[in-house]
Design a protein around this ligand. Structure first.
Ligand code: DX5
Ligand code: ZN
Length: 217
């Protein structure tokens, strides 16, 4: 089943609950939580306090995307009853295998994100351990950037890799996804679509979610 995870990063933070309600009622299945530390990426977003303010206010599971250095120090802070995935960047983890085990030790599904220039082979020796691979189709740090087309071939390669080695893995794409290009990524094997600006900056976010879901069928 393919799912849509609107990214909270592009929401209006002054009325967070309203924005979350809007996309949940429109049918979005997960909430993508972009955490940035100003070190791994050149931007600072928000941390666990903001994420936890939504507990009890939404039934959507959280898809936590940690764009931070030393994620091992903070993983525990993101473990909540809503947390489905915690995803770390391969580029930020010196001991990636250890970090994956740490996420799983909390009973949370483990994901690894790859920057556009990072090859899939960095996952070769942990691939069977993973619940999600998040392919970045922009350089992480900001919403509203343009989709990098080389991600399309990377999705296909990842899907092939998953067919033989980890058929239930979630293949996620993040960055520059719109209602115009979402079909192309889903056709190539994406099962979790992250979209920020194309949802929250749309004239009508409810309609945008519905259009996404329609295109993803
Ligand atoms: C970028 C973040 C994304 C971002 C996507 O570093 O990881 O999740 O919110 O925003 P859009 O969909 O606008 O590219
Ligand atoms: Zn993200």
């Amino acid at each position: 089943m393919k799912r849509l995870a609107p990214s909270l990063l592009s929401a209006d933070f002054s009325r967070l609950k309203e924005q979350v309600d809007l996309i949940e009622n429109a049918g979005a299945q997960l909430l993508h939580i972009d955490v940035m530390d100003g070190h791994f990426v050149p931007n600072i977003s928000f941390g666990p306090v903001v994420m936890k303010s939504l507990l009890g206010k939404t039934k959507m599971p959280f898809d936590v995307h940690l764009m931070i250095e030393n994620p091992d120090l903070y993983i525990k802070e993101f473990v909540t009853e809503n947390t489905e995935f915690i995803t770390v960047h391969a580029e930020a983890c010196i001991h990636l295998h250890r970090t994956i085990q740490l996420i799983k030790s909390f009973g949370i599904k483990a994901g690894v994100a790859l920057n556009p220039s990072t090859p899939l082979c960095v996952l070769d020796y942990v691939f069977e351990e993973l619940d999600q691979v998040l392919l970045m189709s922009v350089n992480p740090g900001f919403g509203g950037q343009k989709f990098i087309p080389s991600a399309l071939a990377k999705i296909e390669k990842l899907r092939e890799m998953s067919e033989s080695r980890n058929p239930n893995i979630t293949i996620a794409i993040d960055g520059g996804i719109t209602t115009k290009n979402v079909k192309a990524v889903v056709e190539r094997g994406v099962t979790l679509v992250v979209a920020g600006s194309a949802v929250f900056n749309a004239a009508n976010p409810t309609l945008a979610v519905k259009e996404f879901l329609q295109e993803m069928l």
